[in-house]
Write a protein that binds this ligand. Structure first.
Ligand code: HEC
Ligand code: HEC
Ligand code: HEC
Ligand code: HEC
Ligand code: HEC
Ligand code: HEC
Ligand code: HEC
Ligand code: HEC
Length: 493
């Protein structure tokens, strides 16, 4: 049972394009330059591995030339070499650096783990897609090996079978993050699924592909996938660092990975709810970038005559943007300097609380100080000299915004006391008070003070002025409003 196909590994993949695929499946064209694969040993359980190991041509890659080319650029294609070069290779290391039952639906030892053959070196297509023999010998039948999108928190399938353990606890961290947590509200609601489920998110990101769970969980009211690894990472894309599906450093909401979802409602949605019913909903992307008009309600008197109001956090000074603060990886060592765990940054927390060993945890209930939390993302970037400096910047910005929110809140209370209809989000009239309330809610999101203190303050200050003018209210005397404003200097690109 051998099939032949043209060997083209030394010819640039792009030139061959689809003709290679046709060459493999069109029975009128028979290439006999080289065998597509050697019959695998019985104990390999139908894994095929490399067609040409020296050229790192996978059997799959003979036909799927584009995927082969993209995969070659990923670290998965170097996994065996990296292991050997480490000087620490031992038998038990090899499973995660080769093709076998890890990462796919097979649950008995297979591939490298039963044959120890070189053709199974590296993390190849079949690591995720599973054994390919049936598909390769009959590519058009229905035995296509689909990779799982699920991550396997129980470590029985998917990326998690390898990306786990103290040296790389991606799954352990991710599963405790909000991305790894499936809430009930979006299920079966197409307007929510695009950001709140794994299946919906792939569609949102333009991925028109099928995977092993495809069609089985969408709309299942109990069982949607969370924002799994393969939502953010594309195993066949090396064009962004870290196999990311999209750029994370592009300061454009259309092109930035995180901002595909963290962008739901940054301005009042008057089309769907003319009364301004809804407050901000994941406004982080537009707020960070601070383009005037893209975030917050702009009071008619909004007089800052510039295109953009933002701090250094949203500028080239923090090139990683969201990821610069929210995905921070470092080793945790104990007092004697011995390795404890690698923090992977996949809790997505910028200033996480720490456990007794100094490792970041998901629980957010600790105090905001420099002993119970790490401020490493603020300091290792070189932006803040030390944790104390970062904490005091955080406290200063938070206090200023809290004061403005309190002032606006007091004014809005007076407005409603005088005329309750001014804040009636159930009607179809959008009032100044309702606009100001939207901005107040933006200020109430604690992170707004970090994401963009200047824009948040500009919106609050203008809202306060507008509400006073509109409703003829006196200034609040108990709050020192403009303490910060004279210092405001917009950041240049
Ligand atoms: C001999 C050529 C050939 C080889 C080798 C091959 N494939 Fe395929 N593959 C095809 C063809 C042709 C299709 C399209 C099948 C169809 O649509 O009916 C396909 C479809 C697929 C699909 C589904 C894509 C889609 O658009 O539906 C996946 C996934 C896939 N192959 C993965 C693999 C993997 C993994 C390997 C290696 C184990 C592999 N293929 C090896 C020819 C090949
Ligand atoms: C549970 C699966 C697993 C086992 C077992 C395993 N590795 Fe890895 N290894 C990985 C993963 C996943 C990565 C990628 C981690 C990353 O990118 O942060 C990796 C990366 C590496 C790297 C690249 C540098 C780095 O740390 O990112 C080296 C070197 C390495 N492993 C060596 C070893 C050695 C030596 C052993 C045995 C002592 C071993 N691995 C055992 C899964 C494993
Ligand atoms: C690290 C895991 C992993 C590796 C390695 C991997 N894939 Fe995939 N593959 C996936 C996942 C997950 C999907 C579905 C999501 C997507 O398309 O990005 C997928 C999708 C695909 C599809 C698209 C199916 C469709 O419906 O269009 C093809 C074809 C494919 N892979 C082939 C390959 C080939 C060929 C290789 C090796 C050169 C490879 N894959 C390596 C995980 C992997
Ligand atoms: C069979 C084990 C295995 C599976 C399954 C696996 N990985 Fe990996 N992955 C590794 C190893 C080992 C490395 C490190 C290779 C090296 O540094 O040479 C790695 C590296 C990576 C990297 C580093 C990025 C780069 O290319 O520089 C990313 C991102 C990654 N894996 C994501 C994933 C995702 C997402 C999945 C599931 C769709 C997955 N991996 C499935 C073993 C695995
Ligand atoms: C464009 C992407 C997007 C869409 C569409 C979307 N959301 Fe969200 N939503 C997010 C993001 C991102 C967060 C988390 C960030 C935050 O809390 O600000 C979030 C947070 C939430 C939260 C708060 C989560 C919590 O546990 O505190 C609720 C509730 C929520 N969304 C409900 C919904 C509902 C209901 C829908 C459909 C009507 C929906 N979302 C549609 C992106 C979206
Ligand atoms: C919300 C998006 C998101 C999700 C979900 C996600 N990651 Fe990541 N991942 C990132 C970002 C962003 C980086 C940082 C890339 C960089 O620094 O260049 C990263 C980095 C990594 C790296 C290190 C890449 C390198 O260059 O060494 C690995 C490995 C990885 N992720 C694996 C996983 C695995 C496994 C999962 C699922 C358990 C996962 N990721 C889920 C966004 C995500
Ligand atoms: C596919 C959509 C999607 C993408 C892409 C995405 N997120 Fe999220 N994110 C969400 C949703 C939805 C939630 C809220 C989940 C919940 O609470 O139910 C969330 C939650 C979060 C939270 C936790 C908020 C809290 O209140 O604790 C942070 C932080 C976060 N995301 C950061 C990021 C970063 C950084 C990136 C880019 C690397 C990113 N996200 C990419 C959808 C996404
Ligand atoms: C300068 C560092 C920094 C940058 C850049 C940054 N964040 Fe944050 N983010 C924080 C801090 C600090 C918090 C507050 C954490 C806390 O109080 O526990 C936070 C909180 C959040 C939250 C929780 C919302 C809440 O309830 O307060 C989400 C969601 C989030 N960030 C997403 C993002 C996204 C998406 C981006 C990119 C558009 C981003 N962040 C950029 C530092 C940053």
């Amino acid at each position: 049972m051998r099939r032949s196909c043209r060997a083209f590994a030394i010819i640039p993949m792009a030139v061959l394009g689809l003709s290679a695929l046709a060459g493999c499946v069109d029975e009128k064209i028979i290439f006999r330059d080289r065998d597509l694969f050697e019959e695998p040993l019985a104990q390999a359980a139908n894994f095929l591995g490399y067609s040409d190991q020296a050229a790192q041509l996978t059997v799959c890659g003979n036909c799927h030339v584009e995927k082969q080319g993209d995969w070659e650029g990923t670290a998965h294609a170097d996994a065996w070499e990296t292991l050997q070069a480490s000087g620490a290779a031992q038998g038990f290391c090899e499973g995660c650096h080769s093709v076998n039952e890890l990462g796919n639906a097979i649950d008995v030892e297979a591939g490298y783990n039963t044959t120890f053959e070189d053709r199974y070196h590296d993390v190849q297509c079949e690591s995720c897609h599973g054994p390919g023999l049936a598909h390769v010998t009959n590519p058009t039948d229905l035995t296509v090996p689909m990779a799982p999108l699920s991550v396997g928190i129980d470590l029985t399938v998917g990326c998690g079978e390898c990306h786990a353990g103290s040296h790389h606890p991606f799954v352990e961290e991710w599963s405790q993050s909000r991305h790894g947590d499936m809430n009930a509200y979006p299920q079966g609601r197409s307007d929510c699924e695009s950001c709140h489920t794994g299946e919906g998110a792939l569609e949102l990101l333009g991925v028109q592909t099928i995977y092993s769970e495809f069609g089985t969980v969408v709309d299942d009211t109990d069982n949607n996938l969370p924002i799994t690894c393969a939502v953010c990472h594309d195993p066949h894309d090396a064009s962004n660092p870290g196999q990311l599906r999209m750029s994370v450093d592009d300061p454009d909401v259309e092109k930035n990975l995180c901002m595909q979802c963290h962008v739901k409602r940054a301005v009042p949605d008057l089309e769907d709810s003319p009364g301004g019913t809804r407050g901000p909903h994941s406004p982080q992307g537009p707020l960070l970038l601070g383009v005037v008009g893209d975030v917050g309600w702009l009071p008619p008197n909004f007089a800052y005559n510039i295109d953009r109001i933002r701090g250094s956090h949203g500028s080239a000074a923090n090139a990683g943007l969201c990821v610069g603060c929210h995905v921070n990886s470092y080793d945790v060592n104990d007092a004697s300097g011995a390795f404890v765990v690698t923090a992977t940054g996949h809790l997505f927390k910028p200033i996480p609380c720490l456990d007794a060993s100094g490792a970041p945890i998901a629980d957010d209930s600790c105090a905001v100080n420099t002993t119970e939390r790490t401020w490493a993302s603020c300091t290792t970037s070189g932006c803040h000299g030390d944790a104390t400096a970062a904490l005091s910047a955080y406290n200063a910005a938070t206090t200023r915004i809290d004061n403005l929110v309190a002032e606006l809140d007091a004014l809005l209370t007076q407005v409603v006391t005088n005329d309750p209809t001014q804040i009636n989000r159930g009607d179809t009239i959008f009032t100044v008070a309702e606009g100001a309330q939207f901005n107040m809610e933006l200020g109430e999101i604690r992170s707004s003070a970090v994401h963009n203190p200047f824009m948040t303050e500009a919106l609050l200050v203008a809202s306060i002025d507008e509400v006073r003018d509109e409703y003829g209210l006196p200034a609040q005397t108990n709050v020192s409003l403009r303490t910060m404003w004279p210092q405001f200097v917009p950041v240049e690109d």
